[in-house]
Ligand binder design. Structure first.
Ligand code: BES
Ligand code: ZN
Ligand code: ZN
Length: 466
């Protein structure tokens, strides 16, 4: 647990157990320089003696007659610097520290966001918890920036928690409960059960969920502040577990499939932050939540499904289930009057092969909308890269018996998946394939291994920029 407070205090006058000084490209910042001069060049000599270069995340702890100082390598990205600093401080037993200012307001904001994100832990299922709390005072920071960072981080925390919850805990019904938990913040939430979905004609989504004893749930959310200047419709993939179904995944492939609802988690996290921030944009969210399992009721390879849009789909691989659930969620969003859609899903392993674990694939049916989302992601510090919705590959999705089949061949798998989704909406659609960055296999500057909350910050920045 970390708390951040703004302070006017300068580092040379404050009495605190620990003071953090930044080192950028081997040099101290102004307040560090002044302190160093007062201490007769102690910092400089210590840095030289220890061979401390001040690379990103590198740290040097010094006990001086004036108290403890932590010299800390800033690196290029203040957000990551914040994350690294939080993780370093949580390993010490200092209960509080004062942090040297960075200067520019944007940098201070990013630093604060990084401090919050980097200190995230998921310990709900540990019988022994670290439970360390740390109070930081940021010299020269504005209260408003710190508040904004905290509210953004709350949404990212929610998304991470949901991804990290094991699949026996986070069932489709539990995901719906989590959505209902946003009601006190002023978010309207509607949950549809199987009967309601049947009546609507969500044949693709229902087929995917049918193999599980845990019933599917369709979740519709609405955050509509008075005087909202724009509206943004969000869709998130909500597979609380993906075994692959009869096209069964090997064990290693299943290990992270509790996180196959990371798109849904990003939608819920962004809704939470938006409500906390009072963002003046109407947000709608749609989540088709279910599990892809095996049973006597499960859907098969060869089944033909009738989607909400009216189009029929031949199932040629039950592990390409996300696109089936999303086809119905996208069609539903359009029925609700969406004029543009941002959809996030851990959709394909092919996107991970193409762009690795850190970069999401961005597909847009309309260039201007794609560019808006790309810019939002850039401002948010989340990595996305544009990929082509190559029309020539549409024929890979042709079926001899239905309007479409749900898989192409092995090549261009992220593209055929995106083309499949695009077949179910007319309004401009951006599809973010977050299969890589949604789940971290090891500790990274902005958090521990597990759910990253990828997408929350992008959604918020896109909404802010509308
Ligand atoms: N949930 C997976 C995609 C995935 C893979 C997410 C790795 C995160 C990490 C998705 O449902 C899936 O299984 N896709 C198949 C599609 C294939 C059958 C066309 C895949 O990528 O192998
Ligand atoms: Zn799958
Ligand atoms: Zn999946």
């Amino acid at each position: 647990m970390i708390t951040l407070n703004a302070t006017e205090a300068r580092l040379d006058e404050a009495q605190v157990p620990l003071r953090v000084l930044w080192v950028r490209q081997g040099a101290l910042l102004p307040q560090g320089e002044a302190l160093d001069a007062r201490l007769g060049g102690l910092f400089r000599r210590s840095m030289e003696g220890a061979g401390f270069k001040g690379e990103a995340g590198e740290s040097l702890l010094l006990a001086t007659p004036e108290g403890h100082f932590l010299l800390f390598g800033l690196g290029e990205d203040p957000r990551e610097a914040g994350g690294r600093l939080a993780q370093a401080l949580l390993k010490t037993s200092f209960p509080e520290a004062l942090v040297e200012p960075l200067g520019a307001e944007e940098e201070t904001y990013a630093l604060a966001e990084g401090l919050y994100l980097g200190s995230y832990r998921f310990e709900r299922h540990k019988t022994e918890r670290e439970a360390k709390s740390l109070a930081l005072r940021l010299s020269g920071a504005g209260l408003e920036a710190l508040e904004r960072a905290r509210k953004v981080a709350e949404g990212v925390y929610l998304a991470r928690d949901l991804v990290n919850e094991p699949p026996n805990v986070l069932t489709p019904e539990a995901l719906a409960e989590a959505a209902l938990g946003l009601k006190p913040l002023g978010v309207e939430v509607e949950v549809l059960d199987e009967a309601a979905m049947e009546a609507l004609g969500m044949g693709a989504f229902l087929a995917v969920g049918r193999g599980s004893e845990n019933p599917p749930r369709f979740i519709a959310l609405r955050y509509a502040p008075e005087g909202a200047r724009e509206r943004l419709d969000l869709v998130g993939k909500g597979l609380t577990f993906d075994s692959g179904g009869y096209s069964l995944k090997p064990t290693e492939g299943m290990a992270t499939m509790k996180g196959d609802m990371a798109g849904a988690a990003a939608v819920l996290g962004a809704m939470k932050s938006a409500a906390l921030l009072g963002l003046p944009v109407e947000l709608r969210g749609y989540i088709a939540a279910c599990e892809n399992l095996i049973s006597g009721r499960a859907y098969r390879v060869g089944d033909v499904l009738k989607t909400l849009s009216g189009k029929t789909v031949e199932v040629m691989n039950t592990d390409a289930e996300g696109r089936l659930t999303l086809a119905d969620a996208l069609a539903y969003a359009e029925r609700q009057g969406a004029s543009r859609i941002l959809e996030l899903s851990t959709l394909t392993g092919a996107a991970v092969v193409a762009l690795g674990e850190e970069v999401a694939a961005l597909f847009a049916t309309e260039a201007a909308w794609g560019e808006k989302v790309r810019q939002g992601a850039e401002r948010a510090g989340e990595k996305v890269w544009p990929m082509p919705l190559e029309k020539a590959y549409r024929e890979k999705l042709k079926s001899p018996v239905a309007d479409l089949k749900n898989v192409g061949d092995r090549n261009g798998g992220a593209i055929t998946a995106a083309l499949f989704l695009a077949a179910f909406v007319q309004v401009p659609l951006v599809h973010l394939d977050i299969a890589g960055p949604a789940f971290a296999k090891k500790t990274h500057p902005l958090g521990p291994e597990g759910g990253t909350g990828f997408g929350v910050r992008t959604i918020l920045e896109v909404a802010r920029g509308l």
